[in-house]
Write a protein that binds this ligand. Structure first.
Ligand code: CDP
Length: 227
């Protein structure tokens, strides 16, 4: 029977890199649901000229995603977000996409479309590590193991800057922390599938853990749970 491990948590808590490493250690496939929401936001920016001050038309966004062949591609190991079968790469991490993604992800039509794609990946029969905001609460409420991964705002902002290869000075750090906090506020305040910890999730605070320790902790929990 395929297993599902859900890793939810706020922005830049390391869900995606941790999820990929946990998947590798367990021989599971990795699926980053945030990347698919980012793919939706990318389509909205590129095809519909969406920006911070334009109203968003959910039907037009879903139609543009379909028209451009947005979807998940399985490479035998992991799922990546693709447009007409071609991986989208770093385009989904641009500042424009990042600034828009929470507003796009708050649209019920967009969430329904993304959830359909996530669930059909699970039906393909591989055991999966899926990370996001609502994986344990909404998308896979019967997941075998649910992790809620957090870290202090400063730690998360610092990791995000290092990931982008940017200098970590005080002012830039404060700006990045404010951007993350704003996205978390939007994600937690939305009426549909808000960011929150599932009642049966195991909280993991990565502030004082190294990356390897964080991965090992989750792998150990998975082995305990899955036998
Ligand atoms: O990389 P980061 O942790 O900052 O974010 P992400 O995982 O790439 O997700 C980008 C955005 O997609 C989030 O800020 C949410 O607005 C949305 N999202 C969501 O609503 N539900 C999910 N399951 C995953 C992401």
């Amino acid at each position: 029977m395929p297993h599902i491990i859900a890793i939810d948590g706020p922005s830049a808590s390391g869900k995606s890199s941790t999820g990929a490493a946990v998947a590798r250690a367990l021989g599971f496939a990795h699926l980053d649901s945030g990347a698919l929401y980012r793919g939706m936001a990318l389509v909205a920016v590129r095809e519909l000229g969406a920006g911070p001050d334009t109203p968003l038309d959910p039907r037009a966004i879903v139609a543009a995603a379909e028209r451009n062949g947005l979807g998940l591609r399985f490479d035998g190991r992991d799922y990546t977000v693709a447009l007409r079968g071609e991986p989208v790469g770093e385009a989904i991490r641009s500042p424009e996409v990042t600034a828009l993604v929470s507003a796009v992800a708050a649209l019920p039509e967009v969430r329904a479309w993304v959830n359909r794609h996530l669930r059909s990946a699970a039906h393909a029969g591989h055991s999966l590590v899926v990370d996001g905001r609502d994986i344990g609460t909404v998308v896979f409420p019967d997941a075998d193991l649910k992790i809620f991964l957090t870290a202090s705002p400063e730690t998360r902002a610092e990791r995000r800057l290092r990931q982008r290869g940017e200098p970590v000075d005080r002012a830039v750090l404060a700006e990045e922390a404010a951007r993350l906090a704003e996205r978390d506020r939007l994600d937690a305040a939305r009426p549909i599938a808000p960011l929150r910890m599932a009642a049966d999730a195991v909280p993991v605070d990565g502030t004082a853990l190294s990356f390897d320790q964080q991965v090992d902790r989750i792998v150990a929990l998975a082995r305990e749970r899955l036998g």
